[in-house]
Design a protein around this ligand. Structure first.
Ligand code: PAF
Length: 315
């Protein structure tokens, strides 16, 4: 069986999220051709020569089969894609969209898949609502070696796009069935819910270099997380967004479910990379300012992470 709309798919980015999406796509019963754009030439060679391993929550080790790892120069030879999923870090997504837009076929769709806010808005501005969708991915995956990734599982993820038919969105969701992706009419409440969770868990775990569960074990960290969530909720409400569930309960649920893991922000700090704090707590602050809502706790965490990042950054 083939997918009527999306036969040729490009995943931009070969980090944790890109690898997980490529795995989901090649596992799909509709078997699209899957290409992964790898920016770093050393990783490109490594992945081509030795492949990628995915270790699932129960410890099973799977080889990622059937994916074409390509460079930017290869794109021109391959032609147009029906679906492009941008799975870069948030701070790279705008540049990535600009680079790949010419490779999106006429009826094609581009999906952004980043933590925080802003990447979707930027892509929308470039491609317009009839070609742009976004996904809120609620899965945990992290790198345990140069070519090994641990996928700890996750919960329902959400896909939406203001100007794209439900049929097309459902077709994309069906390609990602192993990630249980649900199509929603309004994606904003889900984006803000994930934002609140990330704004509370990520900077605190990154600052103190602790596992996610510490947010609910330590009463002082939990108090700070509660303040972060309350500020984020106030900003969301000013924009008319009502989150689908209580965001503090969601923080507790996620911190419990991912208790033994290190947040993506802490992993970035450990690997000496830039973090996504500008798109998480930074966006809460910027949008709060625009709407006249004070967000001092988010702002302090934002500044503290920026300082910590500057101490550790190697790239
Ligand atoms: O960014 C992350 O690490 C994850 O989104 C989350 C939910 C905080 C779990 O680690």
């Amino acid at each position: 069986m083939t997918n009527e709309y999306f036969k040729k798919v490009l995943v931009v980015g070969s980090g944790n999220v890109g690898v997980l999406l490529a795995y989901a796509l090649v596992s799909s019963s509709t078997r699209p051709s899957v290409y992964v754009l790898v920016r770093n030439p050393q990783y490109l060679k490594l992945f081509r020569d030795e492949g990628i391993k995915i270790i699932t929550a129960d410890g099973t080790s799977l080889r990622l089969e059937g994916v074409h790892f390509i460079s930017y120069d290869d794109l021109r030879k391959i032609g147009l894609f029906d679906l492009i999923i941008v799975a870069t870090k948030a701070y790279d997504s705008l540049e990535a969209v600009k680079q790949v837009r010419e490779f999106l076929g006429s009826g094609g769709v581009l999906v952004t898949c980043q933590n925080g806010l802003r990447s979707y808005e930027e892509a929308l501005e470039i491609l317009g609502p009839s070609k742009t969708a976004t996904m809120v991915l609620n899965h945990g995956v992290y790198r345990v070696g140069n070519r090994e990734f641990k996928w700890i599982g996750g919960s329902t993820s959400y896909l939406g796009g203001k100007g794209i038919s439900r049929e097309l969105l459902s077709s994309i969701a069906s390609l990602l069935e192993v990630l249980s992706v649900q199509v929603v009419d309004d994606i904003e409440p889900y984006r803000w819910l994930k934002l609140a969770v990330n704004a509370a868990i990520n900077p605190l775990t990154a600052l103190y270099e602790v596992k996610n569960k510490l947010i609910i074990i330590d009463e002082n960290l939990f108090k700070i997380a509660t303040m972060v969530v309350a500020e984020t909720q106030r900003v969301a409400e000013k924009y008319g967004v009502v989150m689908p569930v209580d965001p503090l309960k969601e923080v507790v649920r996620v911190a419990e479910a991912t208790g033994e893991n290190y947040s993506s922000m802490l992993q970035d700090i450990i690997w000496g990379k830039r973090t996504e704090v500008d798109y998480i707590n930074g966006e809460v602050v910027v949008r709060g300012r625009r709407a006249g809502v004070l967000t001092p706790v988010n702002e302090v965490l934002w500044l503290m992470i920026k300082y910590k990042e500057s101490l550790k950054r190697m790239t």
